[in-house]
Design a protein around this ligand. Structure first.
Ligand code: NDP
Ligand SMILES: CC(C)CCC[C@@H](C)[C@H]1CC=C2C3=C(CC[C@@]21C)[C@@]1(C)CC[C@H](O)C[C@@H]1CC3
Length: 353
């Protein structure tokens, strides 16, 4: 393999061609969803019933509001009382770098800079958890209030969607430190994907169910609501159990809650869990997350596909993410990872995938 072929082979997301498609497709998809969700037919796959003029897309008040929101989040991020946690150590094996312009679009998408910082202000870490994720909760809340104004009180479906997603965001903030070990922080640069993903995609497409309910009220009886709550609780139990088990094990393998679990040693000195949640499938946390995603959409009924967009998108994202993580773990742990895959053959769903 020539050095050029080798560098092409290690490109992710389909290389320059794949990311060019994503650069156009992602914002277009987001606008499409925002337009169809408020239209009468609310068809995920049909064209929007109207296209707004440019003057409708521009509002000085909205821009001001955005800057106020970002400013507030920056101020909160900089609060001196916050705990300081250490990230993973970087191995500085520097080499001379030469610009390869044919790859610039790929770099624009994935980002060249791993940890862009201004002093101690970390742009990627800040964007991952704060303005978009918390913004999503506020958008949901605004939709709930708007529904109350429109129909006298918020619907049961709207309450459920708000409560479920608030729990998800609250959980992410409560376990904030664990974001430091995600591939977004360790591996991906801060490019279009994460900047657009964190700041636009998350607040505007993750709130799609609440947007849908405002424009298309859905009746929801108590028995069905209880069943949906049960699905959410099961999803959250798996998601939190799996994430906490791994995080506790990585921090302190002799912690009594994980000390009894079976492990595989690796050449790096780290071990891989092979029993408990991580012995069930190779990504139990993704399984729990997907079950929760279903519980967020079910309150919207089954008359439309649109509220299930998140489930479809998220399945694709997690299948792709799982494949990327496998590659990275294979590079990191080699034979031990192959042994783990043999012992735990299913990736996300037991006996299915
Ligand atoms: N809502 C959303 O849009 C999204 C949500 N998520 C959620 O975020 C959370 C974090 O996900 P993500 O960063 O993808 O990855 P994970 O938290 O699943 O971490 C993967 C890493 O865990 C370690 N690991 C894997 N298998 C084992 C094992 N058997 N024993 C011990 N360690 C193991 C490896 O790293 P190492 O060995 O170096 O510790 C691996 O690289 C998940 O709950 C996911 O569902 C993720 C993406 C999007
Ligand atoms: C726009 C693209 C199609 C993809 C963008 C992906 C991003 C939206 C996601 C990549 C990883 C994420 C994580 C989270 C939110 C979504 C993004 C930023 C969490 C913070 C969600 C809450 C979880 O508890 C932790 C997640 C870490 C990864």
């Amino acid at each position: 393999m020539t050095p050029r072929e080798a560098s092409q082979a290690s490109l992710e997301f389909g290389g320059p061609l794949g990311v060019t498609v994503m650069l156009v497709l992602l914002p277009a998809t987001m606008f499409h969803l925002l337009l169809v969700v408020r239209s009468g037919p609310a068809r995920l796959l049909g064209p929007p019933t109207y296209l707004p003029g440019l003057e409708e897309l521009w509002s000085p008040q909205a821009l001001l509001l955005l800057f106020i929101w970002l400013g507030l989040q920056v101020a909160l991020y900089l609060l001196p009382a916050r705990k300081v946690a250490e990230g993973l150590e970087l191995k500085d094996k520097s080499r001379l770098r030469y610009p390869i312009n044919g790859n610039s679009i790929y770099d624009f998408f994935l980002g060249r800079e791993l940890n862009p910082r201004l002093g101690s202000f970390d742009f990627k870490y800040f964007c991952e958890l704060r303005p978009g994720l918390i913004g999503w909760v506020f958008i949901n809340l605004a939709l709930l209030i708007q529904e109350a104004e429109l129909r006298g009180s918020p619907s049961l479906a709207m309450w459920l969607v708000n409560a479920f997603q608030l729990l998800y965001v609250g959980d992410a903030l409560w376990y904030e430190e664990s974001v430091l070990t995600t591939m977004d922080i360790i591996h991906d640069g801060f490019g279009f994907m994460l900047a657009f993903g964190d700041l636009a995609w998350v607040p505007f497409t993750y709130s799609l169910q609440a947007q849908f309910l405002l424009y298309h009220p859905q009746p929801l009886g108590l028995p069905m609501a209880l069943l949906i709550c049960l699905i959410k609780v099961i999803g959250y139990y798996i998601f939190r159990g799996a994430n906490s088990q791994k995080n506790t094990f990585r921090k302190n393998p002799s912690d009594p809650s994980v000390a009894g679990l079976e492990t595989i040693p690796t050449a790096t000195g780290r071990q891989l869990l092979v029993s408990g949640w991580w012995g069930m499938v190779r990504h139990p946390n993704y399984l729990g997350d997907l079950i929760m995603a279903l519980a967020w959409s079910l309150p919207c009924g089954v008359s439309h596909l649109l509220p299930y967009f998140y489930v479809l998108y998220f399945t694709a994202l997690l299948v792709h993410r799982e494949a990327r993580d496998e590659q990275q773990c294979l590079r990191k742990y080699g034979h031990a990872w192959q042994e783990y895959c043999k012992r735990v053959p299913y990736r996300i769903i037991p006996y299915v995938y």
